[in-house]
Design a protein around this ligand. Structure first.
Ligand code: 4AD
Ligand code: MG
Length: 429
């Protein structure tokens, strides 16, 4: 048995080959069948002449619909018109699992594609997205390993709000309430006192009530935390990690990237250092571009698009006003109105893909800020403990995997960056 990719390498030209997969396209002229068969590695043309295979197999294939699963034996021949330049001339062609008429045809509404998501994920676009994501993740894992980070496994059920308490998913937990994690950050922070550099890939949950092309209620969060690292060091980790992830994707998935309309050569040029711009500079630039913003305004999708639509590399926006960010960030000694933090914005208008900061180590400041936002201090005692027993300067960040994939794969909507998107409107399938 060979994969379609192996067969398309042409090494077995003139020799017998065996493939199996699913019918991607099929047409028959009575005495000859042209089928395109796909497997996980690609698509290949198969031709079958009447008489070349047993009659009942010929009839079964001729009457089978797309998505039927099949096995093919035959000889590999060149054919310039076939996808990939080769075809299999079948001497055996068997239907393994016939397909009912496939409910997805060429032009379908977004709603239908979402209702039939379990079938739509077979599409070549979705397959390419999943493979590119696989390579991005391998690139990240390798980079962390080479740089002495320990992969850890934080909890998903928590008692604290790590980010915006208005987007918490609350769940009944026996005789109490608990929340689904919004970020593993606090747990990663507690692990640096032994492991020093840690990372984790976990699902994060946010009860986002607005429908936008960049918000999911469940997303995959790649987070890291490191002792002895300041905000500048934190940004260096981000630019190196992201570049390594991109290299892994462009090395392993050039064909898939091209299939999605993304030039792998352009992506592979992205390398450190990324541009750094302060929040104040960003405000000036936005005002010059005619945006109605003033110091203190948040950067939403529109503003981030303005800032990045003409960029080819990601850009850091640093030192946001405190009011716009969570309580745990370190005060900026050069401007106490702001934090030592950064958001990394992807180019071409895609906007924020990473949020990170140096962490506040002064418990008095943390307590004051928690009181200001009305948090229940009891839930945070363990977090405050971390500053009492050998506190160290430290930093970390969280990369939104689907946001990153949306940009890398040039997608219009974040839901296509995850096989089963969860949004306010949908938990089926
Ligand atoms: O900027 P955020 O909220 O930062 C944190 O959660 C930090 N505690 C991370 C840390 O320092 N360990 O989220 C981080 C990233 C965002 O930049 C974005 O890419 C992604 O997570 N993200 C979402 N992705 C999809 N849907 C949503 N609703 C998202 N919310 C955040
Ligand atoms: Mg953020």
């Amino acid at each position: 048995m060979q994969s379609v990719k192996q067969v398309l390498s042409g090494e077995m030209l003139g020799m017998p080959v065996d493939v199996r997969g699913w019918i991607y396209r099929i047409r028959s002229s009575g005495s000859i069948i042209f089928a395109i068969v796909r497997d996980s590695t690609g698509i290949i043309q198969v031709t079958v002449k009447k008489g070349a295979v047993p009659e009942h197999d010929f009839e079964a294939v001729a009457s089978s619909g797309i998505e039927s699963s099949v096995t093919v034996e035959g000889t590999l021949a060149e054919d310039k018109r076939a996808p990939g330049g080769y075809e299999v001339r079948a001497t055996g062609f068997t239907v393994v699992g016939p397909s009912e008429p496939f409910p997805i045809t060429e032009y379908q509404s977004t709603e239908l594609l979402l209702d039939k998501r379990h079938l739509w994920i077979r599409s070549r676009e979705q397959t390419a997205v999943m493979k590119i994501k696989d390579s991005l993740l391998r690139g990240a894992r390798n980079w962390f390993h080479e740089n002495d980070y320990v992969e850890v496994t934080p909890p998903i059920i928590t008692g604290v709000s790590a980010e915006d308490s208005t987007t918490l998913f609350k769940l009944k937990y026996f005789d109490r309430f608990a929340y689904l994690s919004q970020s593993a950050q606090f747990y990663l922070e507690s692990l640096i006192y032994s492991c020093e550099r840690v990372w984790a890939l976990t699902p994060s949950f946010r009860a986002e009530k607005s429908r936008t092309p960049r918000h999911l209620t469940e997303f995959w969060h790649l987070e890291m935390e490191a002792a002895w690292v300041d905000n500048e060091g934190n940004m260096k980790v981000q630019e190196e990690l992201l570049s390594a992830m991109l290299r892994s994707a462009t090395d392993e998935r050039a064909a898939e990237l091209k299939h999605l309309g993304r030039d792998p050569a352009a992506l592979s040029k992205i390398s450190p250092p990324f541009e750094r711009m302060s929040y104040s500079e960003a405000m000036d630039e936005l005002q010059k571009k005619g945006c109605e913003v003033s110091w203190g305004s948040d950067l939403g999708a529109v503003e981030e698009r303005e800032l990045t639509k003409d960029k080819e590399q990601p850009v850091f926006v640093v030192n946001y006003p405190k009011e716009l960010k969570p309580f745990y960030m370190k005060e900026n000694p050069d401007d106490a109105r702001t934090y030592k933090n950064s958001d990394l914005l992807a180019p071409e208008g895609y906007g924020e893909i990473i949020g990170g900061s140096e962490r506040e180590t002064d418990n008095a400041l943390l307590i004051e800020r928690l009181r200001d936002v009305g948090e229940n201090m009891e839930n945070y005692q363990w977090y405050l403990d971390l500053r009492k027993y050998g506190s160290v300067p430290h930093s970390g960040f969280g990369l939104g995997l689907e946001r990153t994939v949306t940009w890398v794969c040039k997608l219009e909507h974040i839901r296509d960056a995850i096989p089963f998107p969860r949004t306010i409107a949908r938990v089926y399938p």
